[in-house]
Design a protein around this ligand. Sequence first.
Ligand code: DGI
Ligand code: FE
Ligand code: FE
Ligand code: FE
Length: 186
Amino acid sequence: KHTRVELTSLVAAQMSDKRFQHVLRVETKALELAEKYHVDLEKASIAALTHDYAKERPDEEMIAIIMNSEIDNEIIRYGNNIWHGVVGSRLVLKELGISNQDILNAIESHTTGRSNMSELEKVIYVADYIEEGRNFPVVEEARKIAEVSLDEAVAFETKHTLLYLINNQNKIYPKTLETYNAWVVK
Ligand code: DGI
Ligand code: FE
Ligand code: FE
Ligand code: FE
């Protein structure tokens, strides 16, 4: 088991300084949300620090990992934005020895969400969206909602992510729609 300091240097070695600074801001926000919503602080820290662990792996390596795993090969059509959480949870288990299933699920679901998210998964999903470095139009509103309700913050993020993807004519991953149907539809 790694100390927090060991974990931060293992993560920093996997990415640019810019992305590592994002990771540290996600950790700060995740700890804030975890405290407010009574989620285990150590798990929140570990999940936040590792959530983008695979984001800068070369595409060829990511594709090889997907083809040699039980992951549905259909995911290959969607690109790194969709791969890095799913592949990341496997790499964090194999390379960092982190085996807590709730943490691995939080890494796996951090980009798309899913229908049945644990409180830790919600904390990571929301913290990634509202960390202090983010500055898209609705982020202030998202931060205000997250102060009041974690579930409402998940719903708001899911709706606005889908609106953004549709506006940009991006391909929608089925899990993103699953999350929309579970969290946004009344
Ligand atoms: O890794 P980060 O940049 O910190 O954030 P993230 O992992 O939450 O999201 C990465 C990107 O993935 C973000 O620009 C939104 C995008 N995304 C989320 N759902 C989908 C998606 N992109 C596509 N094409 N389809 C989706 O369903
Ligand atoms: Fe990510
Ligand atoms: Fe996110
Ligand atoms: Fe992130």
